[in-house]
Design a protein around this ligand. Structure first.
Ligand SMILES: [Zn+2]
Length: 141
């Protein structure tokens, strides 16, 4: 499959990658939602952070979502969410701060700091984009 760009620094391949040997092909609507997620949230976040951001999990087919224990209503199923990391706890803490500071412009739907340690450094961030733009924020430890 040729590389398909969703935004300057993010590709469809990254947003649909899975380590599981399971089908994980989004339909056209999910691809469009992934594109909106990249253009409105991930790309601006990367720009503000100033370094590469890795996507651990983006779109999930029902089979992949079930395999990783995702919620049945997970926004990953719709192509609206991504779990992202800078690869460093300090970087993730900085990225969280940037996301909170720029919540208004980014217009994310949900932002979850996942598995934060006692100093508030998350292992990864779950961030979603949809037309609801709730800008909800949660810290999960
Ligand atoms: Zn997630």
């Amino acid at each position: 499959m040729p590389t398909i760009s969703l935004s300057p620094h993010f590709t469809l391949q990254e947003l649909t990658a899975t380590k599981r040997k399971l089908q994980n092909k989004p339909d056209a609507n999910a691809v469009e939602r992934l594109r909106l997620l990249c253009q409105h949230v991930l790309e601006p976040l990367r720009e503000l952070y100033g370094e590469a951001i890795q996507v651990n999990s983006g779109y999930r087919s029902p089979a992949v979502n079930a395999a990783v224990g995702g919620a049945p209503t997970s926004q990953h199923l719709r192509g609206e969410a991504a779990d992202i990391t800078t690869g460093k706890l300090e970087g993730n803490r900085r990225l969280l701060g940037i996301a909170l500071e720029h919540a208004r412009e980014l217009g994310f739907d949900q932002l979850i700091a996942e598995k934060s340690n006692t100093y508030g450094y998350p292992r990864w961030l779950h961030i979603s984009y949809s037309d609801r733009k709730r800008r909800q924020q949660f810290i999960v430890t």
